[in-house]
Design a protein around this ligand. Sequence first.
Ligand code: RIB
Ligand code: CA
Length: 315
Amino acid sequence: MTHKIIIDCDPGIDDAMALLYAIASEDIEILAVHTVAGNVNVDHTTNNAQGVLAFLNRHDIPICRGSNMPLVENPSFADDVHGVNGMNGYEFDSFAPLSEKTALESYVAILRNTSEKVTIAAVGPLTNVAILLKGYPELTDKIEKIIIMGGGLKGGNITTTGEFNFYVDPHAAHIVINSGLPIVLAGLDVTEVARLHKEDLEEIASHDARLGQFLLTINENSLSIYNSLGFGKTCTPNDVVPLVHLLHPEVFETQDLKIDVSYDSSETRGMTYLDSRIRMPQEPNVQMIMDVDLARFRAAFKATVIKYVQNSNNH
Ligand code: RIB
Ligand code: CA
């Protein structure tokens, strides 16, 4: 089965790796890449999406610029993690073209015209997706499911309770999580253990030096920091997780849960919570990814990317 997907992202180091995995996957057809402000502003996230797709020679995939502002909150960025340009300083030397359509215009055009349902892979703040769902409810029956990197029941990474994507736009996260659409949620609970090792990136480099060097460069800081923290030379490509789950659900453990997102401006902004105090049975609203078989996750990522570079280098 080929999954038709729209990737809504804020490249961002792990977004770039998610784009690589999706492009490399024979079972994914990317209909469009939509950008949103998140790790860096939307100029940089869009520029980086154009750079990644040019790097992978996929100038055919439409890239559509999305929102630069959360629905209500002021923007928050993660340039301390992803670098000022969002790619840990890596400079692309060419760029795929930018569509004339905005992300919203692209969502509406694709969903109005598609004969098959489309999966939305949202790996940045959910601003674009929330605007789509609120503005065009008649199009939701064309959405197969929304696979999301965001949230986490065990805690946050930008605050003690807020995961970055849900913290940046908590109102959008609340809207999407409560949309009633099928949602697969990869929170920090699983993405912080879904590690790739430096040797995995070096194995890819042994098949394609240019791609391997790109991956090692953008992950250089993570590999070093995690090593100093005792995790070995590893990185946590959060945004890759929902895409690997899309193709290899057997590698993960999931639970159907009723959760919500705190959207007040207090210290719990963006917190994902499971209100177990409610005694009445709750209709689940997400399939939450709770754990991963790490060896199989690493193998799935490497196998897909290495097969892709081998096929690319043979043509
Ligand atoms: O919390 C991790 C998420 O925030 C990832 O999507 C990363 O790219 C950042 O957007
Ligand atoms: Ca992201």
